[in-house]
Design a protein. Structure first.
Length: 233
C-alpha cells in the first residue's frame, strides 16, 4: 500500500487562478511573475475582506515559504479561514497538516474530519487519503469496505494513488472479493502514467495469473481508460 499524498494537492505549488478583480487579480499576476512579496500583500488585502480564495493563497505562500519565512502555523491559520468558507482544497490542506503534524500536533481524527469535508465536495486527493485512513485505522475504526468506497471514487477521477491502493485491495481481498484480474487492471492503468510502484505491483499480480487472465485484465484496462475510469468494476 502506498503512502498518502504527501503534498498539499491543488493548493500548493500550483496556484489555481480565477477571473477576479482588484487586489486578487493583481496578486495572481504577481505570482505568475514570481513576485511573492507583492502577491502576499495583495492577497492579504483581499483576505482581510473575507475573500476565501485569497485566504487560501496566503496559506499557500506561508506553507511554501515563498517570499516569506516558511511558517506552517501561519499557513494553517489561513487555511482554516478558507476551509471554514467551504473551500475544498483548504480543507484537504488542513487534513494533511493534521495528518503529518505540520504546524500542529498530529491528530488523525482531526485529519479525517477535514478529509471528509473535502471528499464530500468531490476532491480526489481527499477521497484517496480518506480511503487510506480507513484502510489503516488512522483516526477511524479500520474498515476495508469503506476504504474501497473512497478509493473507487478517487480512482474514477484519475487518482494514481487511489488506483494503486484499489489494486492492492483487490489483490489482497480486503473490502472486496479477491480478484487478480481487477488488481492487474488497476495497477496497469496507473502504470501507464509512469508510476514505478504500479509497474512492480502489476508484474507481481501477473506472476500469479494465467496468460488468458492477463489478456482479460489488459482488455478491461483499455475499456476503463476509454470510459475515463468510470464504471470499471
Amino acid at each position: 500500500m502506498i503512502k498518502k499524498i504527501a503534498i498539499l494537492i491543488i493548493s500548493l505549488l500550483i496556484f489555481v487562478f480565477t477571473v477576479r478583480a482588484g487586489d486578487v487579480e493583481d496578486a495572481d499576476v504577481s505570482v505568475l511573475k514570481k513576485d511573492y512579496v507583492v502577491a502576499l500583500k495583495k492577497y492579504k488585502s483581499a483576505a482581510a475582506k473575507n475573500d476565501a480564495y485569497a485566504q487560501l493563497q496566503v496559506g499557500n505562500i506561508y506553507y511554501e515559504g515563498l517570499g516569506v519565512k516558511q511558517d506552517y502555523a501561519e499557513a494553517m491559520r489561513w487555511f482554516k479561514l478558507a476551509a471554514d468558507q467551504n473551500i475544498a482544497s483548504a480543507q484537504l490542506s488542513l487534513g494533511l497538516m493534521y495528518d503529518t503534524g505540520q504546524g500542529v500536533v498530529q491528530d488523525y481524527a482531526e485529519a479525517v474530519r477535514w478529509y471528509k469535508l473535502a471528499a464530500a465536495q468531490g476532491l480526489a486527493g481527499a477521497q484517496s487519503n480518506l480511503g487510506f485512513m480507513y484502510a489503516n485505522g488512522q483516526g477511524v475504526v479500520q474498515d476495508y469496505a469503506e476504504a474501497v468506497h473512497w478509493y473507487k471514487l478517487a480512482a474514477a477521477q484519475g487518482s494514481v494513488d487511489a488506483q494503486i491502493n484499489l489494486g492492492v485491495k483487490y489483490a489482497q481481498g480486503q473490502g472486496v472479493l479477491q480478484n487478480n484480474v481487477q488488481a492487474h487492471m488497476w495497477f496497469n492503468i496507473a502504470a501507464v502514467k509512469g508510476d514505478n510502484m504500479a509497474v512492480k505491483n502489476r508484474d507481481i499480480a501477473a506472476s500469479k495469473m494465467t496468460t488468458e487472465q492477463i489478456a482479460q485484465a489488459q482488455k478491461l484496462a483499455k475499456e476503463c481508460q476509454a470510459r475515463n475510469f468510470k464504471n470499471c468494476d
